[in-house]
Design a binder for this molecule. Structure first.
Ligand code: NAX
Length: 327
């Protein structure tokens, strides 16, 4: 049996974590021979800590062979201590009448602290994946606080958007989701994101040669992928949880599997026209477990360039709104 790895999860009593934690403990994220110790962080509020206890009781009741231990805490230092992976799911939700700028600043405070603490106490090989919204900008803030861990260790999740786009293309073409490949997400995890259909393949052929309705691809497809989160809320009365947890399993699993090509949000170095230093979704290839390189050379037509410019503008605006928190 391998040595257990330590996986810190924030927002551990929330709805995404409720779907996520059993998947990690069952081996779906790190493989069927990799034991895990879950280090679970919640806010120092009695109701949240009590709910967390309940979640831990259920995990116990699953008798997962790979679950080697659990830490339940409201102390970030205890949660991130020696963590190999830090999954930042917890964030403050947008309240009624709350401006986007206020949400950015409130969450900025959380990710400032967590970035500092992770840098201070996590394992030498620590990797961070941010889910809590606004995910791209939160990852940028956390990374800006790190002195030991390099910026490439901090990623944000756009995999849910990739998975959504994959299924929508498959349904439109009347094929299985496994027949759709190379659909990548560029930009922000927000309705401005761009699912780059021009590069996607369906059964190995260019998607546009199978779905010849360009107006649908540019219009309904892009819009529906971007607004899928809102559609889930309208239908379910609560935001995406099981699919978000599943996407995080995919995000990390792809990042620990060399050769995988997938979409993650990372620090831009100017690829594909994104401003340097915003965290933007783009395709990467995993090189060694946890490390990756950007997939370059994907051709972009004028429509794709205009979509990327729009999502880049939003990321740059978010960056400007939290400028005083960076560094
Ligand atoms: P919930 O409100 O159910 O759970 C969040 C949990 O985080 C709560 O239990 C809360 O007490 C805890 N929390 C808040 N601040 C914390 C802190 N500083 N430290 C530790 N825990 C803290 O939300 P849930 O539905 O689980 O969603 C979590 C986040 O994921 C939200 O920000 C949401 O917007 C975001 N999402 C991101 C997605 C993505 O693709 N990147 C998709 C799904 C989801 O909307």
């Amino acid at each position: 049996m391998k040595t257990p790895i330590r996986v810190a999860v924030t927002g551990a009593a929330g709805q995404i974590s409720y779907s996520l934690l059993p998947r990690i403990a069952s081996g779906a994220m790190f493989g069927p021979d990799q034991p895990v110790i879950l280090q679970l962080l919640e806010v120092p509020v009695e109701k949240a800590m009590k709910a967390l206890e309940g979640v831990a009781m259920e995990l116990d009741d699953c008798a997962f062979p790979l679950l080697s231990g659990m830490v339940l805490t409201d102390d970030a230092k205890a949660a991130f201590k020696d963590a190999n992976w830090c999954l930042l799911v917890g964030a403050k939700p947008r309240g009624p009448g709350m401006e986007r700028a206020d949400l950015l600043k409130d969450n900025g405070k959380i990710f400032t602290t967590q970035g500092q603490v992770i840098d201070e106490v996590s394992a030498e090989n620590a990797r961070v994946a941010v889910v809590g919204n606004p995910a791209n900008t939160n990852a940028m803030i956390a990374a800006s606080k790190a002195r030991r861990l390099t910026a490439d260790r901090f990623t944000a999740m756009v995999r849910l958007d990739q998975n959504r786009a994959q299924t929508m293309l498959a349904k439109k073409a009347g094929v299985a989701t496994t027949d759709v490949s190379e659909i990548f997400i560029f930009g922000n995890h927000s309705p401005t994101m761009f699912p780059a259909f021009g590069h996607a393949k369906i059964s190995g052929k260019p998607a546009e040669s199978v779905i010849t309705d360009r107006a649908w691809l540019e219009g309904e497809f892009c819009e529906k992928v971007g607004k899928r989160g809102a559609a889930i809320i309208a239908a379910r009365g609560a935001s995406s949880a099981a699919s978000a947890a599943n996407a995080l399993v995919d995000h990390v699993r792809s990042l620990v599997t060399p050769g995988q090509i997938h979409s993650i949000a990372i620090k831009s170095e100017g690829h594909y026209g994104f401003d340097a230093n915003v965290w933007a979704g783009m395709p990467v290839k995993t090189t060694t477990p946890g490390a990756y390189e950007v997939v370059t050379g994907i051709p972009l037509d004028d429509f794709a360039k205009s979509k990327i410019a729009a999502t880049n503008k939003e990321l740059a605006e978010e960056r400007a709104m939290v400028a005083e928190m960076l560094g």
